[in-house]
Every structure is written in structure tokens, then in C-alpha cells.
Design a protein around this ligand. Structure first.
Ligand code: ASN
Ligand code: ZN
Ligand code: CA
Ligand code: CA
Length: 302
């Protein structure tokens, strides 16, 4: 048959079966979704840190153990792409249909995932702290939102703008997976009910939830660039205060507008509050804007 788009199915890291968008050529089926402006493709690092090859099969069924992390990365990349397109009319992270690449089986027992400036990269975890990280759709949304932030507000990855960068990634993780936990689907596979972070109770996982507890960490790799994954608890709690009052539908419009149009690279928490209040005013008026303002007052950002 002629080369082109195809559909198939795969088994994910939790043993669940899901539909996949594929590309077929010469009887090979590739994890390449060609139904959008840019392709959405999934690669296998085979435990290396530098060599990747596209995942493919000779039929439309991706069921082997080695394919599971790739199946989830591919499926959830599509889900997050669709979220940005359908809810915000944003065509990929650059809004110009940039191709979206995912890389799975990065390194060995690697307990993290990251955006490397051109691809989303996922470790398999060590089986104790994490299971394969592509198994959590909030993680995929978090990582792809780093790319969106890079192309929009450009929040620098240190101190308050860095904590905002982290928080916006968690916020869009929530919009794609509406619970207040981050990474719960892949964190500590032998223990249920916990997560990497909580937006409702940041303190549960060692994060501050108020400016009184802002942690001054050094702006070094060891200090997590001024505690970007620690102090994000404060804007995360402000988000929790907002979304529990205004609901998801309004909150996602407000947060997207602030990120895409108002925030700038060196924004502080106070700047983020002002940007969100302004977005809420634009979209919904002064009552909802006051709700946003109060959400930040409650975490000590005035
Ligand atoms: N998983 C981490 C994150 O996306 C990795 C990193 O970039 N520090 O925030
Ligand atoms: Zn992050
Ligand atoms: Ca979650
Ligand atoms: Ca767990």
C-alpha cells in the first residue's frame, strides 16, 4: 500500500491498550503521527544518552515490553498537543506546528524526565523511586509546557522566574490531568497515594506554600537554581486557591493568557500575580480578578 498515515494500537506501561497514530512505509509502521502540521514522533535511546532511533514495528500492534514506554510517550504527546490545540488554539509548543519528539529508555534506571530544548526525554526509573516516567500524562504536560514557556514568556530558569517556570509546567500538568498531585502515576510504584508534588498541600513534599517559608537556595546546580522545584510550591498553592474558586475552564484561559501575552523572562511572583489579575480582568471582569488577587494574598504575595 501507499505510504502514509495509519492507526494501530499499543500496550502502555500499566498494561493498558491505547490507539496510536502511525506512519506506514514499505510495510513498516513508525511511531510518527503525521496528522498535524508537524510530526509527533517517538524514539528509543536503548539505555544510551546520545543515540536515538525511531520506534517501529512490522505490524500495527505495539505490544512488546520494550515498546511500552514508547507507546505511552507517543499517546500522551498527542494528548498534550490536542489539549493546547483544542483549548488554546496553539499549534504545538511554538504555535507554528513544530514537530514534537519524545525519547524513551534514556540512560539506565534514570529517575527523571526533561525537555532538552528540542525533545522530551524520559528515563525508565529505577523501579523504586519511579517507574518509566512516560507513564504519567501530567509529566508529559509538564515537560512540553517547558517548551511552551520557552517560546512565550521565556521565564529564566532560576530564582523566582524559575519557580514560576516550574509552577506553570505543574499548572498545565493539572489541566491535562485534573488532580492536585504531580507524577503520582509513576512515583514510588510500590507505594500508593503519594506523588512527586502536591499543589493543594505543597508542604507534604517539602515545598513552601507561603512566602514566609520561601527557601533561599544558591543559584547553582546543587541549589536547583535557587530552588526552582522547591519555591514553585508558593505559586502552585496560589493556583490551587484560584482553581478551587473559579474552576478549570476559567483558570486555564487565565493562566494561558498570562503565560503567552503578559509574563516576561525575569518575572517575579508579584509580576505573575499582576499578569494573572490582568488576564482575569480582560477575560472575566473585576470579580474574578479579585478572586485571583486574593489567591495570591493568601500565599503572602501582595
Ligand atoms: N523533571 C525536571 C523538570 O522538568 C527536570 C528538570 O528539568 N530539572 O523540571
Ligand atoms: Zn520542570
Ligand atoms: Ca496528577
Ligand atoms: Ca507511589
Amino acid at each position: 500500500t501507499e505510504a502514509g498515515a495509519a492507526t494501530g494500537s499499543g500496550v502502555g506501561t500499566k498494561g493498558d491498550t491505547k490507539t496510536l497514530n502511525l506512519y506506514q512505509e514499505n510495510g513498516n509502521y513508525y511511531l510518527s503521527d503525521v496528522t498535524h502540521t508537524g510530526t509527533i514522533e517517538t524514539y528509543d535511546a536503548k539505555n544510551s544518552t546520545s543515540r536515538y532511533s525511531i520506534v517501529y514495528d512490522t505490524d500495527t500492534s505495539f505490544t512488546s515490553t520494550a515498546q511500552r514506554a514508547a507507546v505511552d510517550a507517543h499517546y500522551y504527546a498527542d494528548q498534550v498537543y490536542d489539549y493546547y490545540k483544542n483549548v488554546h488554539n496553539r499549534d504545538s509548543y511554538d504555535n507554528q506546528g513544530a514537530p514534537i519528539y519524545s525519547i524513551v529508555h534514556y540512560s539506565r534506571n534514570y529517575n527523571n524526565a526533561f525537555w532538552n530544548g528540542e525533545s522530551m526525554v524520559y528515563g525508565d526509573g529505577d523501579g523504586v523511586t519511579f517507574s518509566p516516567l512516560s507513564g504519567a500524562n501530567d509529566v508529559i504536560a509538564h515537560e512540553l509546557t517547558h517548551a511552551v514557556t520557552e517560546k512565550t514568556a521565556g521565564l529564566v530558569y532560576e530564582n523566582q522566574p524559575g519557580a514560576l517556570n516550574e509552577s506553570f509546567s505543574d499548572v498545565f500538568g493539572y489541566f491535562v490531568d485534573p488532580d492536585f498531585l504531580m507524577g503520582e502515576d509513576v512515583y514510588t510504584p510500590n507505594r500508593s497515594g503519594d506523588a512527586l508534588r502536591s499543589m493543594s498541600n505543597p508542604e507534604t513534599y517539602g515545598q513552601p506554600a507561603h512566602m514566609n517559608n520561601y527557601k533561599n537556595l544558591p543559584n547553582t546546580s546543587a541549589g536547583d537554581w535557587g530552588g526552582v522545584h522547591t519555591n514553585s510550591g508558593i505559586p502552585n498553592k496560589a493556583f490551587y486557591n484560584t482553581v478551587t474558586k473559579l474552576g478549570k475552564a476559567k483558570s486555564e484561559k487565565i493562566y494561558y493568557r498570562a503565560l503567552a501575552y503578559y509574563l516576561t523572562p525575569n518575572a517575579t511572583f508579584a509580576d505573575a500575580k499582576a499578569a494573572l489579575v490582568r488576564s482575569a480582568t480582560d477575560l472575566y471582569g473585576s470579580t474574578d480578578a479579585s478572586t485571583v488577587s486574593n489567591a495570591w494574598n493568601q500565599v503572602g504575595v501582595y
